[in-house]
Design a protein around this ligand. Structure first.
Ligand SMILES: Cc1cc2nc3c(=O)[nH]c(=O)nc-3n(C[C@H](O)[C@H](O)[C@H](O)COP(=O)(O)OP(=O)(O)OC[C@H]3O[C@@H](n4cnc5c(N)ncnc54)[C@H](O)[C@@H]3O)c2cc1C
Length: 442
């Protein structure tokens, strides 16, 4: 019997993988069953799913169903202050798209699949403590409805309980455990561009929209009902901040000045802005991710990242895929499985953490910077001309399964090369692409 704590994206997919291998699995989840009570409003209701997530879902035949409720986004649509639009494609091939998927629909599909395979689910069980013994682990839960403590004895535990994981906090209390938790000075708030007439999309449907404004930005992802979920990223404090944009007049003036085209499509802006919470942005790094042959962490519980590469869930799904493939290699040797899993994933989790922070700077300010756009044009052209010899870092991260650490390494090499080319010119027409020698990056 394997016990998973957390029925979020990682916990539910891991349960599916394990149940398919014939393991008896049970999941304990803090929240009520979201299939009955939809809890998700106000917390990033859609996600960008890309190759790594798709690959992990395909292995258990779930992607084709998810695809039916996903909207392909073929590139970024940049909205500048003058309300000009620039479309930056995500790639040059048909498959180089990312998909906007409802977080709760995805989670529900995974929970349904797990349950159909015989996984038993216990909702309203909040893990509050972990007690390690020689041959077993006692998990302490607080039953949120019955207001009582429940003790569950387990042999093998997978902690999939998110960024503020109780399994992580309680397992490693007295161990040599390296841990860091870093909050950004920015927070985020969700807003909506509702559907137009007859469920039509009021801005380009197949794009991830970005309004970059240096110190802050607005993004929007499409939903299947024609609406867009917008996320406003803003500093908590300072001249332009959540603290200082609070009254009706301040909200109106800020949006009028910075995002007039979006504001015109947000009839409920003031109500939503005031009603929706400001959430924090945190990244977490820790090591090790496992305790002997008893407990391992997956997903945000061991590597929460900032959301600017759209990879947190994708990386969590990739954890599940890697862990299950190691289980196949060493059946039931949990100590070995967890050690190998940690070795395989930690380096890549660190890489995506770094990449996501870099993309924060890129999305906020560089996408509006002329030299950066020139570099992007060169990068795109080199990709078109030289294909596999020059695959941009974004494409490596988003549209392939090569390890994140490799994408980080190759991207650094490409960066210097692109910078050098861009420094020489003012316009892309000045480069003769037939004469450019591409170094060996991979
Ligand atoms: C604003 C924002 C936008 C994002 N956009 C993207 C995106 O576009 N693409 C992408 O790939 N990723 C994105 N992410 C990241 C993604 O949401 C996470 O990486 C992903 O949800 C991690 O899955 P998880 O299962 O590890 O954690 P979670 O989804 O957080 O699930 C953890 C589960 O554990 C439960 N739980 C927590 N504590 C306990 C406890 N004590 N006892 C029992 N159960 C507990 C929770 O209720 C929850 O169900 C975004 C994140 C944010 C904040």
């Amino acid at each position: 019997m394997i016990t998973i704590v957390g029925a979020g994206l990682a916990g539910s997919l891991m349960a599916v993988y394990l149940a398919k291998k014939g393991y008896a699995v049970q999941i304990y989840e803090r929240r009520p069953d979201m299939r009955i009570n939809n809890w998700e409003r106000g917390r990033s209701i859609n996600l960008a799913i890309s190759q790594r997530g798709i690959h992990a879902l395909e292995q258990v035949n779930l992607w084709q169903d998810i695809l039916k409720i996903a909207i392909p986004m073929r590139g970024r649509m940049i909205h500048d202050r003058q309300q000009n639009l620039t479309f930056q494609p995500y790639g040059i091939h048909e498959h180089e798209v990312i998909y906007s998927v409802s977080r709760s629909a995805l989670n529900i599909a995974l929970m349904n699949a797990a349950e159909q395979l015989g996984v038993s689910m216990h909702f309203n069980h909040r893990c509050i403590n972990v007690e390690k013994h020689e041959n077993h682990v006692n998990l302490y839960f607080w039953h949120e409805i019955e207001n009582k403590e429940i003790i569950h004895t387990a042999n093998t535990v997978i902690g999939a309980d998110g960024a503020f994981s109780a399994i992580r906090q309680n397992t490693f209390k007295l161990e040599r455990f390296t841990y860091s938790q870093t909050f950004l000075d920015w927070g985020y708030k969700e807003l909506t561009i509702p559907a137009g007439e007859n469920g039509s999309f009021q801005i380009e449907k197949n794009a991830l929209h970005i309004w970059p404004r240096h110190d802050y930005m607005l993004i929007a992802l499409p939903n299947t009902d024609g609406s867009f979920t917008c996320t406003l990223f803003l500093p908590f404090e300072g001249e332009i901040s959540f603290e200082n944009i609070a009254t009706d007049d301040q909200i109106n003036a800020f949006f009028e000045q910075n995002f007039p085209d979006a504001k015109a499509l947000m009839p409920n802006l003031i109500q939503e802005y005031k009603a929706n919470p400001v959430s924090t942005l945190v990244y977490i790094q820790c090591s090790p991710w496992y305790y002997k042959d008893k407990i391992a962490l997956i997903g945000d519980a061991c590597h929460a990242v900032v959301p600017f590469y759209g990879q947190g869930a994708n990386a969590s799904f990739e954890d599940c895929f890697v862990l299950q493939s190691i289980i196949d290699k060493y059946p039931n040797q949990w100590g070995r499985i967890f050690e190998e899993y940690h070795k395989a994933r930690k380096i890549n989790a660190d890489a995506i953490c770094q990449l996501a922070l870099q993309n924060f700077v890129e999305m906020q300010s560089k996408v509006a910077d002329k030299k950066f756009l020139l570099r992007k044009q060169i990068e795109q052209k080199l990709y078109e001309k030289h294909g596999k010899k020059f695959t941009p870092q974004y494409n490596l991260v988003t549209h392939t399964n090569i390890p994140y650490s490799e994408a980080l390494r190759i991207g650094k090499l490409q960066d210097g090369f692109l910078q050098e080319l861009a420094n020489r010119i003012n316009d892309i027409s000045e480069l003769d692409f037939d004469k450019i020698q591409i170094p060996q990056f991979e």
